[in-house]
Design a binder for this molecule. Structure first.
Ligand code: ZN
Length: 254
């Protein structure tokens, strides 16, 4: 089975369409949340996502706020302004779909689960080794996929690290490299915590859309990047009256 992994699309339909045109070889889709917020096409993105052959779909923090299920506490002023705009333009049907999304983690199969922020809290960011270690300890499957940071990362914990405290645990950041695609063979002796990057608002300095493909037969993960029409996405953000910096950051990949 080949899974396409999509996270943090953020109402960027140009980035999503480029990814779907590029990633042709997959069977099912895993959706890690933040379909809306920041970008100018929340309805088109939600409708495109709803039509995908998904095996697991969870919400992100922006979806939760856009659907009216949570307040904007913890959002910076850019996120607040964008989510207020998003709430006004979402159709009732799309808002209801967002409101009904489960929070992670969601189990995909015997070997894999997905979450938005971490497996212990959907709103928490994996920023460092301690966050990664805690996530790996809480995860119920040897491969845990996450999003939220918009930065691709592959953490690997050796099996000796399970359950017996920091001593004996060896955590490594094993990827991705700067060059795409990044390909990783999964080793049964390790547990993995993997962020395949953001489709619609990358923050690792590479403005190209990021996505992942997981092959459960070959036991491999590929993190891929694809160029998209950034200028078109930027123009729509400006036209919608959203903060200019949301357009600029797409060009910088920050
Ligand atoms: Zn996000």
């Amino acid at each position: 089975m080949k899974y396409l992994v999509l996270s943090d699309i953020h109402a960027n339909i140009e980035a999503l369409e480029a990814v779907l045109a590029s990633a042709t070889r997959y069977d099912r889709v895993l959706l890690l949340g933040d379909y809306v917020g920041y970008g100018a096409d929340p309805n088109r993105v939600v409708e495109r996502v709803r039509a995908l052959p998904a095996d697991a779909v969870i919400r992100g923090n922006h979806d939760k706020v856009a659907a009216g299920l949570a307040g904007v506490d913890g959002f910076n002023h850019l996120a607040k302004e964008a989510i207020a705009w998003t709430s006004t333009v979402l159709t009732r049907e799309n808002r209801d779909w967002l409101a009904a999304l489960p929070q992670g983690p969601a189990i995909v199969d015997g070997a894999m689960e997905i979450c938005h922020g971490t497996p212990f809290d959907e709103d928490v960011y994996v920023f460092d080794d301690l966050d990664a270690l805690r996530s790996l300890r809480v995860a119920r499957r040897p491969l845990c996929l996450y999003g939220h940071t918009h930065v691709p990362a592959v953490f690997r914990l050796d099996a000796g690290g399970e359950g017996d405290g920091p001593r004996g645990a060896t955590l490594d950041l094993v990827g991705p490299s700067r060059r795409a695609p990044f390909i990783l063979e999964l080793d049964g002796g390790f547990r993995y915590l993997v962020n395949c990057g953001a489709v619609g608002q990358p923050r690792d300095g590479d403005p190209r859309a990021a996505y992942g493909v997981i092959d459960t037969d070959e036991r491999s993960i590929v993190i891929e990047r694809v160029a998209y029409d950034i200028a078109a996405a930027q123009a729509k953000i400006v036209e919608a009256g959203l903060p200019d910096v949301l357009a600029q950051r797409l060009g910088a990949g920050r």
